[in-house]
Write a protein that binds this ligand. Sequence first.
Ligand code: ZN
Length: 145
Amino acid sequence: MTTINQWLGWPDKISVNCPMCGSKADVIDLKQIIIRIGPSTRPKEKQYTDYFNANVSCLNCGLTKQKKFQWPVDAYYQGNVKGKVLWAWNLEHAKVINEFISSTSRYYRKYKFSSSLYHLPEHFKLSKNRGACLKTLDRMITRES
Ligand SMILES: [Zn+2]
């Protein structure tokens, strides 16, 4: 089933660092915050943070609570690429970005989360940064296991 978020190219869940134990936790009331951190609200070429309150659920320590988060500071999937923070909403998103960066084609429409790829800052799309980008994405993706 395609949800409205998928149709818009947005994620169904967001992974954050658990405020209690630091493990991967999921933000569960995504609807209210997606508007604030969705790619369409993020100007290109700009790195900035945003705050939001959301209910978080951690399978590791059992925390279920409303907390204040800062994006992308609290993003579970994030890494530095030559001075700029590359982040992903969740593991699936990180894999899609990885696939997109690996490819020489910049035809973003064929990918899931296409709007986020469209709004991905140029910095990460430059061929001279591809190697660093892929290394960071690899670290993000393998963090899961
Ligand atoms: Zn936890």
